[in-house]
Design a protein around this ligand. Structure first.
Ligand code: ZN
Length: 387
């Protein structure tokens, strides 16, 4: 009696050496590896019982997908990024001969929380149970696939953040936040007329934090993100009032001094936000932002090129080209995203041009046309990739 009891206790206390996923009669069993930071496993080996894929996204970086949940994981970084949230992990993921090992807690706690209608974890059997889609649908209806394209239009600045004011030496001052709102409203109207759903980050003179604009875009489930801004010359330039023209940015590291100038200027808006709104300045969030954005880099560049060539058909100023910089507003949007500087408010003629409602409509129409041609191209690219 006593012997049996002791044996039983010992068995209960011994940690499981494997973890399994079960879907009906299909079972995948994966060994657990003991490490100094806890037990880890090869997540990809839980397939096929668990519909999981893990792929490398860069040195020490991985993208893991389970159902429609996409997780970004980094070697030795004890967080998973899902959408815009960082989920703490029981220990850091690690690499073993090029493969990714994740903490058991990711399987036992994180995944069931992310896909509650499909996954439950049984700690006694050390088993992840995978419900079939039909069972899951009964408990959690799946949203029907949206046929309509959806675009986020982001009017730069707002509220206490005026953005740039200009022109230099001119009397009829313009404020960037007013111009961006007017053009964004016209852009939203034009896109809606073309059958696109539009989500605006702001429709009034309010301050939306830079770090909040991206999440608004992500939660809307939009296909792409357009941020509208007005440029300002550097006062240290030889004849700053002369600078004019339009340029479109996609997210990447700024390469030239001019790109860094615009990057600094647009990221400045952070100082209008309270400390609580802006995430801590830790390198981690940038690592993970980077990873998510890389997927959209090429598409963002395509979109930027389309916008730039669309604007060149109506805009009198010179085309300053497609450029790249690290804008906060773009790093937090996990979709193809561009920032358009529609002209220099510091130049007297261009400030007049930007303030004209007729010209604002023209600019908006040009950007809307470019967006449509980009979307058509995108669908073609998707279609040919699928064949
Ligand atoms: Zn701006």
């Amino acid at each position: 009696m006593i012997v049996t009891l002791l044996l039983g206790l010992q068995l209960a206390a011994a940690p499981p050496s494997v973890v399994s996923a079960r879907a009906g009669t299909t079972e995948s069993v994966v060994p657990l590896v003991e490490t100094s930071t806890g037990r880890v496993l090869r997540l990809d080996r839980l397939a096929p019982a668990l519909p999981v894929t893990v792929r490398a996204a860069g040195p020490g970086q991985f993208v893991a997908s389970v159902f429609d949940v996409t997780m970004f994981l980094s070697d030795q970084v004890p967080y998973a990024r899902v959408g815009t949230s960082l989920i703490p992990l029981g220990g850091p993921p690690m690499m073993d001969r090029g493969a990714l090992l994740v903490p058991l807690q990711l399987v036992a706690e994180v995944l069931p929380r992310l896909a509650p209608s499909r996954l439950t974890y049984d700690p006694v059997r050390s088993e992840l149970r995978v419900a079939s889609a039909s069972t899951a649908r009964a408990s959690a209806p799946v949203a029907p696939r949206r046929a309509k394209r959806r675009v986020v239009v982001d009017a730069g600045h707002g509220g206490p953040d005026n953005g740039m004011t200009g022109p230099i030496g001119g009397r009829n001052k313009i404020r960037e936040k007013d111009i961006t709102l007017a053009v964004s409203r016209e852009l939203a109207k034009s896109l809606r007329q073309r059958g696109v759903e539009v989500v605006m980050t702001r429709t009034r003179d309010t301050l939306i934090g830079l770090y909040d604009r991206g999440p608004i875009a992500n939660e809307s489930g939009a296909d792409l993100f357009l941020s509208i801004h007005v440029n300002a010359a550097n006062l240290r330039w030889r004849r700053p009032g002369d600078a004019r023209g339009f340029e479109t940015y996609f997210l990447a590291e700024a390469k030239t001094e001019d790109e860094r100038r615009v990057e600094r200027m647009e990221n400045e808006a952070v100082r209008f936000e309270t400390a609580a709104q802006a995430p801590k300045d830790d390198p981690l969030s940038f690592i993970i932002h980077d990873m998510a954005q890389n997927e959209h880099l090429r598409e963002s560049q395509e979109l930027a090129a389309a916008v730039q060539s669309g604007l060149s058909r109506v805009h009198p100023g010179p085309s300053r080209g497609v450029k790249q910089a690290g804008f906060v507003v773009l790093t937090t949007a996990f979709m193809p995203a561009v920032l358009v500087e529609i002209g220099f408010g510091t130049n007297a003629a261009e400030a007049r041009y930007l303030a004209s409602p007729t010209r604002q409509r023209e600019i908006a129409e040009a950007i809307a046309d470019a967006t449509m041609s980009y979307l058509e191209g995108y669908e073609r690219r998707l279609g040919s990739a699928g064949r």
